[in-house]
Structures are given as C-alpha cells and as structure tokens.
Write a protein that binds this ligand. Structure first.
Ligand code: SF4
Length: 390
C-alpha cells in the first residue's frame, strides 16, 4: 500500500505525516490490519529495537478528588467502590515501588489524585522520591500530581524526579465535554512547565470516550507539538459509577490502528500502552508490542491488570525483551532522562483512573460488547494489606 510505504519512510526520517495520512491509518480495513501493524512495527524497531520498557504505578493518594473528569472513578461524585486513602508514607511508597522494580520495571510512576499539589504536597512527594531513590539504585521516577503551580516542577526536579506526567487526554475542541473543572489550556500549561524545568515530559491520551477520528488525530498532533518524551495511550475503561460507564466503543482492531497512528506521528517517542490494555486489546496484546515500546506492569491506579508474570511471558513469547535498567530508552538524539509515565486515568496520572483485569474465561464477545467481566476494581497493593501485583 502506497500509504504505508510513505508512512514508514516518514517515520524513519522523523518527518510529520499529513493529517490525511494519519486519518487514513484509522480508516484502514480489518483486511489491511496486519500490513498496518507490520509497517508501524518497522518504525518501532528502527527507533527502539525489540525492547519493552516496563513502568510501575504507585497510587500515592486514591479517590476523594474535587475534579469532575468523566472517565475517572476518583472524580467528584463517582459511585465506583474504589480504594480511598490519603498520602502513603515515603516508606510505604518505597516498598510498593520495590515490588514493581523486582518484577522488572525500570520506572516508577508516583500518582496522586487531585487537581494539583499544594507546596506541602510537593515537599511530601520530594521525601517519597528521596526514599525510593535511596532504596532502589538506578530507578527512574515520574511524578504525576495534577496541575502544577509556578516553581513546583523545579522543586520536583531538585528532589530527584526524572519525569512528570500530565495527559492532554482528548482534543481541545472536545475537552469541555469530558471535564468542566479545568481546561485543556491548563493541561498544556503543566506539560510546558514540566518540560521547561528539565523534567522528561510524559503526556498522552485516552481513546474510546466517544471521540471522532479527527479528535484523535488532533490530540496526537498537539502532543507531537508539545514534544513529550513519552506518550501513554489509554483505552477507556468504562468503569461503573462514572459518566462514561456505557462507552464501550473500542475493538482490539481499533486499538491497534490507534497505536499505529500514534507511532507514525510520534515515531521516535516512547509510546506506552497504558490503561485498558487487557480489557480492549485482550488476546491481541502481543501484536500491540510491535507498535508500542512500553507498558505498565501489574495493576493500574484503581483497577487490576493481568498478573505481572503473564506480562513477562507475553513479552518473551512475542519475541521482545524487557528493557534493562542500564539501557537508554530513547534514541540518542532525544535521550535525556528517559521515557514517560501514564495518566491519572486508565493507567497512570494525567487522568487518574483504572486498568482492567484478565484471566477469566469468557465467551467470545462481538465487537463493542461491554466487557464488564474484564474490569475489577483494585483491592490489593498500595493502600491495602495485600501483596501488590508485579
Ligand atoms: S483524572 Fe485526576 S484530576 Fe481528574 S477526577 Fe481523576 S483524580 Fe481527579
């Protein structure tokens, strides 16, 4: 296909595809899906080889948020029965982080619900970063605390944070339909502040919230302009108790096309499959490793992921390898602090919500059927007495 040859050439040259080309990827048929994956896979391998970076989420503070992000089970008015707790102590956070690192993760993403941190919260997180870095040599730490005020990014950098995550989530034109308590411009401002402070910027999106192809392309082009080092791609987990609970819009094929489009538009950036990987890609997860070079290990913020061991087996079976602590994630021309984080939502911060759970035998589902059987609210790990999934 001419389109795919053009996109591979542009991806290898880091040249921006046209919007029409990005839209055409999303419009390809299922008959062409493997060709799309193979083409985007060439770009992925050129910049990242067969390495898969593992990231581990630690939910420092869960629920009780005054914001109204409609995808999020921690939002104001959510009736989802999630774990609710206030700030973990530095030692508790460090212990949680150590479990993920022992499981193969090289980055820990410290996430807290809320509009944004107070200066006291930044001090608290600084203590947590210090504890984690002292107890786990070589670990990368990404903070994800919401909207930042002036000077806070610099203080996090001084405290040892490597990266900051804040997702754009969706296009500017639809942002107001998803959240009313803050704006798209607020989010852009925080990513810009993180970047300016020398933190590796991590910013991504959530697909499946009822957006159009144009919206998806808009947000990915906006991300390319912001130039984060990592782009987490969340697939909405329509959690019961949130306004988007009925938005079961995604199929595994659609998720693969979205990941391929993101790879073509952001060819040399860490593209991470974030929340919703198990729920929406299901048995197609290994194919998606040809597009993304990064995933979360274990559980998400408020929902459970598949067993960490299953993630490691999947990576090995698909012919990929876990990126080691000594390996640099990003291509040489953009290597600074490393890759990125998640989203407060489906996976990490920036949109603080939940991932899914797998492992339950279920009858084959037709496209778009609600798969509530694959969604389990997190009941283990941080904030509980039970061992984490790593
Ligand atoms: S995404 Fe973050 S800011 Fe929005 S409701 Fe959830 S926890 Fe609050």
């Amino acid at each position: 296909m001419d389109l795919l040859n053009t996109l591979v050439d542009k991806g290898l040259r880091r040249e921006l595809p046209t919007r029409e080309e990005a839209l055409a990827v999303l419009a390809t048929s299922d008959d062409d899906l493997l060709d799309v994956v193979a083409a985007a896979g060439k770009v992925r391998r050129h910049w990242f080889g067969r390495r898969v970076k593992l990231n581990y989420l630690v939910n420092l503070k869960s629920g009780l948020c005054p914001e109204d992000c409609s995808y999020c089970s921690q939002r104001l008015g959510s009736s989802t029965g999630i774990l609710k707790y206030t700030w973990l102590k530095p030692d508790e956070a460090s212990q949680a982080a150590a479990a993920g690192l022992a499981g193969g993760a090289k980055r820990v993403c410290l996430v807290a619900s809320g509009r944004g941190p107070t200066d006291r919260d930044v001090d608290r997180v600084a203590g947590t970063i210090k504890a984690i870095k002292e107890q786990n040599e070589g670990v990368e730490v990404c903070a994800c605390l919401g909207l930042l005020s002036d000077g806070q990014a610099e203080r996090l950098r001084e405290a040892g944070a490597d990266a900051y995550n804040h997702n754009l989530n969706t296009s500017e034109s639809t942002y107001g339909d998803i959240t009313t308590t803050h704006t798209y411009a607020d989010r852009v401002d925080t990513v810009t502040k993180a970047h300016a402070a020398g933190l590796s910027a991590c910013s991504g999106l959530i697909a499946g919230m009822g957006e159009s192809d144009e919206d998806l392309v808009d947000v990915v082009y906006s991300l390319r302009e912001l130039d984060p080092d990592s782009v987490p791609v969340n697939f909405l987990i329509p959690v019961e108790g949130t306004p988007l609970a009925k938005e079961w819009n995604l199929t595994p094929q659609r998720c693969l096309r979205i990941l391929a489009m993101v790879r073509f538009v952001c060819p040399d950036v860490e593209v991470r499959i974030a929340g919703g990987r198990e729920v929406h890609l299901r048995t197609m997860q290994p194919l998606a490793l040809n597009l993304a070079n990064s995933i979360f290990l274990g559980d998400y913020l408020t929902t459970e992921g598949q067993a960490g061991k299953a993630d490691l087996e999947m990576i090995a079976d698909a012919g990929f390898e876990v990126e080691g602590a000594g390996e640099v994630t990003l291509p040489e021309h953009r290597a600074t602090a490393g890759g990125g984080c998640g989203s407060h939502e489906s996976a990490g911060c920036g949109s603080h919500e939940g991932g899914g759970v797998c492992g339950t035998a279920a009858p084959a589902a037709p496209a778009n059927e609600a798969r509530t059987d694959l969604v389990a609210v997190r009941r283990r790990g941080a904030g509980t007495d039970l061992a984490p999934n790593a």
